[in-house]
Design a protein around this ligand. Structure first.
Ligand SMILES: *[C@@H]1O[C@H](CO)[C@@H](O)[C@H](O)[C@H]1NC(C)=O
Ligand SMILES: *[C@@H]1O[C@H](CO)[C@@H](O)[C@H](O)[C@H]1NC(C)=O
Ligand SMILES: *[C@@H]1O[C@H](CO)[C@@H](O)[C@H](O)[C@H]1NC(C)=O
Ligand SMILES: *[C@@H]1O[C@H](CO)[C@@H](O)[C@H](O)[C@H]1NC(C)=O
Length: 472
């Protein structure tokens, strides 16, 4: 008897028959007797290569995976950084040319610019190596796509048997291939308003000053900070805090608490100073002005360390969390404008609706801003981290609102501008925020947002100033 297989057989049947033939072939051959019925299978087609199809699928999906959106964001942010730094350098050079009268100031500025130029060179080198690795990736991908296409062509010949009938599988494969061929997604869409993660929308404007006052220390301490605890202890809902840097404009060893804004303005502190240590400075006391209070604890840059300290007001004990390796401290990556840097502003602590944050920089990230969550606890920990393309030395201060990082720059003695934002939800950066702050004094040493009353609290040349933040 001679059976010819139908060519429209399902792949599973083909497989089964192949298995049967194999099975038959290993059964010891017995000479057929006259009553035996011998079944001689002849397949006019080759068996369908399922393994091959599986391999092609795997390769296609691997190909899709190696080009991640993360990589294209990285390239985008490098370009954006360069795009911003070059005009900055040009503007700085123009200022220098105007003021170059050969005196010390000119020399200092020249050093700043030389530094900036060197860093831009580093940025270009990084971009170059990124681009090279992209070209490599592209080459590899092209080759991969070509091979996959050939494989697919070979597999399609089996369509005479209609074994590749499962349309979904085919479609999925085609989609994978398409994605793979297109390579990295095209450039990031044009900037949209920063949204973050907030019910009250994105930051639209800042008005004020609302409060503008001297403190009980008069003009003694130009560096410091003040504000409100967004998560105060029960009974302390209307309290304010202040930390003047009482030693060398760099160090402090206490936080001063006030039961209301008017108490602060008239200089009456009922609880008085809450002392971290009797010496100033010493291990675990405060270094730098950008400190915040959260959940009845003070968060700040620990003295002489690349670490965030947390001083518990109730227990009067300090816990700390080390910053990532390479984090600048002791005035390595400060907030600056062309004429000056603000000393010991390496770590900027911030609060918003979601908690505590630290803004800093590392050599690895070429001195650009890095944002990390600070997760309260015993000890506190660092949470998620984001790299940005904004250069820390081109920024005068930062604050967080609704999960969006904002940075300011110096415009004139009278005006400061919120020019930059980084949205932690979308990863999008903007350099065109364009919201101006009216200053009462030249410098802002610290700036922080309070989610309780939607106010910005600034410490400006020993004066306390507040602004109202408007959202849409
Ligand atoms: C980019 O890198 C390649 C290889 O290291 C080098 O040959 C080339 O000169 C670099 N280009 C620039 C503009 O730095
Ligand atoms: C922001 O507030 C200032 C001061 O009140 C006002 O002049 C300006 O028009 C406002 N801008 C926007 C975009 O609302
Ligand atoms: C401060 O200490 C108190 C008492 O041990 C504790 O309940 C509270 O959680 C601590 N606060 C922080 C922010 O660690
Ligand atoms: C930030 O950039 C550094 C240096 O390029 C890199 O090592 C690190 O993984 C990046 N971190 C994140 C969260 O992307």
């Amino acid at each position: 008897m001679h059976v010819v297989l139908w060519t429209t057989m399902k792949p599973s049947h083909v497989l089964m028959l192949i298995m049967i033939t194999e099975l038959v072939s290993i059964i010891p051959q017995v000479t057929p007797s006259a009553s035996d019925c011998v079944c001689d299978l002849t397949n006019t087609e080759q068996p369908f290569p399922h393994n091959k199809l599986q391999t092609v699928e795997n390769r296609a999906s691997k190909c899709t995976k190696i080009i991640t959106p993360q990589q294209s964001v990285e390239l985008e942010s490098l370009l954006l950084g360069l795009d911003r730094r070059l005009p900055q350098l040009e503007a700085d050079l123009a200022v220098l040319e105007k003021e170059d009268d050969g005196d010390l100031y000119g020399t200092v500025s020249l050093q700043v610019i030389e530094h900036e130029r060197a860093e831009i060179q580093q940025l270009i080198n990084k971009l170059n190596s990124t681009t090279l690795s992209y070209q490599r990736l592209n080459r590899d991908t092209t080759q991969e796509v070509k091979e996959l296409k050939d494989e697919m062509g070979a597999l399609e010949r089996f369509d005479t048997m209609q074994v590749v009938r499962e349309k979904e599988v085919n479609k999925r494969l085609r989609r994978d291939l398409d994605q793979c061929q297109k390579g990295p997604p095209p450039t990031v869409p044009p900037p949209e308003p920063a949204s973050g993660n907030c019910p009250h929308g994105h930051l639209q404007n800042v008005t004020g000053p609302n409060t503008y006052s001297a403190t009980e220390y008069g003009a003694s301490y130009p560096y410091g900070s003040w504000g409100r605890d967004p998560k105060p202890a029960a009974g302390k809902e209307s309290w304010f805090w202040m930390v003047p840097l009482t030693s060398s404009n760099v160090f402090s060893n206490f936080v001063r608490l006030y039961s209301s804004l008017s108490s602060l303005v008239v200089g009456v502190s009922i609880p008085g100073n809450i002392i971290i240590h009797s010496s100033n400075p010493t291990t675990n006391t405060i270094q730098g002005p950008n400190v915040v209070m959260y959940e009845d604890a003070l968060y700040y840059n620990c003295y002489n360390r690349d670490a965030v300290c947390c001083f518990n007001i109730t227990t009067k004990t300090v816990t700390s969390v080390a910053m990532p390796k390479g984090t600048g401290f002791n005035s390595k990556f400060n907030f600056c404008h062309l004429e000056a840097c603000y000393g010991y502003t390496d770590l900027d602590l911030a609060t918003d609706e979601s908690g505590v944050w630290v803004i800093y920089s590392t050599s690895d990230n070429l001195g650009n801003l890095i944002l990390s969550e600070v997760i309260p606890g015993l000890p506190p920990k660092l949470g998620r981290t984001w790299n940005t393309s904004a250069h820390k030395r081109a920024v005068t201060n930062t604050f967080m609102a609704c999960g969006v990082l904002y940075a300011t720059r110096y415009l004139t003695k009278e005006r400061e501008e919120i020019f930059y934002s980084f949205d932690t939800v979308t990863g999008r950066e903007r350099y065109d925020v364009g919201i101006e702050l009216k200053k009462m004094s030249t410098n802002i040493q610290s700036l922080n947002y309070s989610p309780v009353d939607h106010m910005l609290y600034a410490y400006s040349d020993s004066m306390i100033v507040s602004y109202k933040v408007h959202f849409v």
